[in-house]
Design a protein around this ligand. Structure first.
Ligand code: F6P
Length: 342
């Protein structure tokens, strides 16, 4: 059997660990051969391939990024995109495809599976917002990077009696902000699921200074002020999946806080630092196990499925279960962090 592999969407630490596990087990146990499709769905769409064998995956386990490269190409937005993908898979003698990606990449996989493309999905995203799986790989690394940044910001904030606002990634879901905020002892955590009241945030800031500590506010890039409140945010351009390019809430917040409280406030935007570099042990472990189980699903011709973590077990769920709706932070989970606000 010949298997194609692609990685799509925003990269994250652990992608190479999946690719390595898929290829090592696919060749070692099943005698498959592989072709790498480059740049996400652009690879099978435009027939951009690379060799993928034992040599290509040697030494990549600890490396961030993806040796297959990535893009946010959406074949359903391109005339004849699906037919071109089917033709290119046939031209490369590909029997099945392993697609590694988040809601967008696996959303495309879900639609292609319904159109008889043999595809198995592997969930990834630093945002941890895919349903059907307890965790996605990349998330743990991002949380650790953000936590370390928060630890460092505490000491400098206190030296200068400043408010420090840390903007972390998280377009629709506040998982990174919540986990890193709790782990780093943040004084306020603001997430997309719970619109924030700027007046309330300023009260927390003032309360924190009263106890002679400097506040650290962790904010998801997708956090928004309450509707009808007196703070607004600008919106930016859209990508091929219709997502707005975010960023800027940290600066806006710092400006508002400084103006309303008179306390000096600075913003730190962690940005793509959270997606780069070597994966944590947990992410390598999860990504490797996802890869091993994904290639077994291919061997069993169990297409249209996504591998998922449930407790400590790796299971298979229909692709549509992973991509149907996003996994968001529940109010009661957010309430746990609120105990430490102010
Ligand atoms: O989906 C993962 C993610 O890192 C989001 O947290 C973020 O909003 C987005 O990707 C940024 O994407 P890009 O690197 O394409 O700007």
């Amino acid at each position: 059997m010949r298997v194609g592999v692609l990685t799509g969407g925003g990269d994250c630490p652990g992608l190479n660990a999946v690719i390595r596990a898929v290829v090592r087990k696919g060749i070692g146990e099943y005698g498959f051969d592989f072709v790498g499709f480059r740049d996400g769905w652009r690879g099978p769409l435009e027939n951009v391939t690379m060799p993928l064998g034992i040599d290509e995956v040697r030494g990549i386990l600890p490396r961030g990024g993806t040796v297959l490269k990535s893009s946010r190409t959406n074949p359903f937005k391109i005339d004849g995109g699906v037919e071109r993908i089917k033709d290119n898979l046939a031209a490369n003698d590909v029997d099945a495809l392993v697609a590694i990606g988040g809601e967008d990449t696996l959303g495309v996989a879900t639609k292609l599976a319904a159109l008889d493309v043999n595809v198995v999905g592997v969930p990834k995203t630093i945002d941890n917002d895919l349903s059907g799986t307890d965790f996605t790989f990349g998330f743990d690394t991002a949380v650790n990077i953000a936590m370390e940044a928060i630890d460092r910001l505490h000491t400098t904030a206190e030296s200068h009696h400043r408010v420090l606002v840390v903007e972390v990634m998280g377009r629709h879901a506040g998982w990174i902000a919540l986990h890193a905020g709790i782990a780093g002892g943040a004084n306020v955590v603001l997430i997309p699921e719970q619109p924030f009241d700027i007046g309330r945030v300023c009260e927390y800031v003032e309360k924190r200074f009263e106890s002679h500590y400097s506040p650290i506010i962790v904010v998801s890039e997708g956090a928004v002020p309450v509707e009808g409140g007196d703070m607004t945010v600008a919106s930016g351009e859209l990508d091929a999946f219709g997502h707005v390019r975010l960023g800027g809430i940290g600066d806006r917040l710092a400006g508002e806080i400084e103006q309303r409280t008179g306390k000096e406030a600075r913003a730190v935007v962690l940005g793509h630092v959270q997606r780069g570099g070597t994966p944590t042990a947990f992410d390598r472990w999860l990504a490797t196990r996802f890869g091993l189980h994904a290639i077994t699903a291919v061997a069993e011709k169990d297409y249209g499925k996504m591998v998922a973590l449930r407790g400590t077990d790796i299971v298979r769920v229909p692709l549509s279960e992973g991509t149907g709706e996003l996994k968001l932070v529940k109010p009661e989970q957010y309430a746990e962090a609120q105990v430490f606000f102010g």
